[in-house]
Design a binder for this molecule. Sequence first.
Ligand SMILES: [Fe+2]
Length: 344
Amino acid sequence: MKKILLFLSVFTTMVILTGCTLGTSEGDNTVTVYSERHYDTDQLLFDQFEQETGIKVNVVKASADELINKLETEGEDTSADLLIISDAGRLHLAKEKDLLQSISSETLEDNIPSNYQDADNQWFGLTKRARVLVYHPDRVSVDELSTYESLLDSKWANRIVVRSGSNIYNQSLIASFIAINGEEETRTFINGLVNNFSRDPEGNDRDQAKAVMAGIADIAIMNTYYMGKMANSSDPYEVEVANKLKVFFPNQETTGTHINISAAGVTKHSENKENAIKLIEFLSSIEAQSTFANANYEYPVNPNVEPADLLKSWGDFIAQDINLTQLGVYSSQAAIIMDEEGWK
Ligand SMILES: [Fe+2]
């Protein structure tokens, strides 16, 4: 009986040791990504990276704030190597909370323009999107449109839709206004905009376009890539919506259209730092940037990659001239004043 027990315990120890060894070698060849992005494109790119390098990509998806909290709570014990968020503001907050680290990579310096990188190389932009006006050409003529601010005019009463004020895209839009115009003017803007809403905010960006199509409103404020995704959707109604509605880049003669980026940063306690850097380098490559452009309709950050034809058909535009870290600096102030001024 003793012999059997001894055998079992030796056997068990061996299994545990073998398991550990396997675990460690696998640990060396993985990269764990905490990502806020919710697109099939990203999984496709991770699979491609895995095939090309043999490095296994583990993905944990949650909202930006949830991922930042998770990193804070986990501290040194985190398994995350890379944080990917579709908001420069939240990346900046992660940096401020000391959750990221500076890295150096010639490939990234070559592929990503400096205005889309953190000054200390703690995060690197991957894709770009603009928050534009989408309008119904039967009810709005293009020469009636000019700026975000002009939407406060009483002629737009009951004609504007946009998603909830708690949404990160809207908070960054308002953060950019605080950076450019100051808090008082921004409060006036929010208040006037809310007055012209045709309904209480509901749904996502695509739902705003559908509301314009259905006649609930005439103008939606939304991100460019959703127009691209709808134009190429498997849902025929989305294709119809995208083909009918038009895109307008506001503030071309004033402060520029609001843009935001998705960006990636290596976590402070990453145990697979080299793999994490390799993955960002891969995502900034011409190959991956073309996938972001042609499959997810985002503007590539790599200047050697062209946007998708649909995006090119809307023409070039001038973006807000602010450092994107400002979106992080003003994001909590933005959330507070949006709530106070009634953008729920
Ligand atoms: Fe989105």
